[in-house]
Design a protein around this ligand. Structure first.
Ligand code: AMP
Length: 290
């Protein structure tokens, strides 16, 4: 079984012991992998990536209430700490940090972290108001609590990765933020804890999102002019395939998330769609024509 701590004090004591043992040895590096649990191979890929960069890997498990909207799935979000602990032991993570809400948001808690600008206000930020304030606040706390050398985040949540990079740079947090490519099922569906909500029929439709993004990405890479018509066509084909609605499907600058309407710089296709009652997000890199 994996060692588990539930307080900042215990977390810091463990990290201090690792660092003291190493006594300046360059191998005493520590990596943090923040998660909300219900772990799948996407999360475990972050642990593997962390293992290659750091001697000690901590996985945090906290279903952060403040990043869910009032009508979202906080109460029904899948939770299974025992299974998560077993999965982490199998991939040789060193420590599970699973604080309760009272440890993260103690009495009198009154501080939030807001990342401004396009990187957080648009797309997920527009579809889910307050989401990134919740994310930025809890990630700032986790980074500060662990003071790890590296922290690993999935490209699956591409906008979140950019928000975290921004806050770490702006708040002078020295932890290196590392992005890890999205892990997918064999049919292309990006692994997600929320895939558990899909019915058998919806699960058959779900991979069409990534297939559509790939086809759209290839069409944009081959296109000479504006991309808006191609995106409109992709939107229509997703609705025909059975997706209930589309929150957004957009081509954005890969660094700033500013809107992009031709294939002239590194860009990212980002999409959020609804399938039945489940909301799925995915994204894809689009390479400019040389
Ligand atoms: P979550 O538990 O959904 O908050 O995710 C925790 C971390 O795992 C985040 O950095 C996610 O971007 C990352 N993650 C989730 N799904 C995947 C995936 N399919 N591939 C890679 N990383 C992922």
């Amino acid at each position: 079984m994996i060692d588990t701590v539930r307080t900042v004090a215990a977390l810091r004591a463990r990290i201090a012991a690792w660092r003291a043992q190493a006594q300046g040895d360059a191998g005493a590096t520590v990596a943090l992998v923040p998660t909300m649990g219900a772990l799948h191979n996407g999360h475990l890929a972050l642990v593997h990536a962390a293992r290659t960069r750091a001697k000690h890997v901590i996985v945090s498990l906290f279903v952060n209430p403040t990043q869910f909207g009032p009508n979202e799935d906080f109460t029904r979000y899948p939770r299974d700490e025992m299974a998560d602990a077993r999965a982490l032991a199998a991939v040789k993570a060193d420590l599970l940090y699973a604080p309760g809400a009272e440890e993260i948001y103690g009495e009198g808690f009154a501080t939030t972290v807001t990342v401004g600008g396009e990187v957080s206000t648009d797309l997920e930020g527009a579809a889910r108001p307050h989401h990134f304030v919740g994310v930025a606040t809890v990630v700032s706390k986790l980074l500060n609590q662990a003071q790890a050398d590296f922290a690993f985040f999935g490209e699956k949540d591409y906008q979140q990765l950019l928000v975290v990079r921004r806050l770490a740079a702006d708040l002078d947090i020295p932890t290196r933020i590392v992005g890890v490519p999205t892990v997918r099922d064999v049919d292309g569906l990006a692994l997600s804890s929320r895939n558990a909500y899909l019915s058998a029929d919806e699960r058959k439709i779900a991979p069409i999102l990534y297939r559509t993004l790939r086809e759209l990405g290839a069409a944009i890479e081959a296109a000479q002019g504006p991309t808006v018509v191609l995106i409109d066509r992709a939107r229509a084909s997703l609705l025909t395939a059975g997706f209930a609605s589309i929150d957004y499907i957009e081509l954005r600058d890969a660094e700033t998330l500013a809107p992009v309407d031709s294939n002239d710089r590194p860009a990212r296709l980002l999409a959020a769609v609804r399938l039945g009652k489940t909301r799925l997000i995915d994204n894809l890199a689009v390479t400019p024509r040389c």
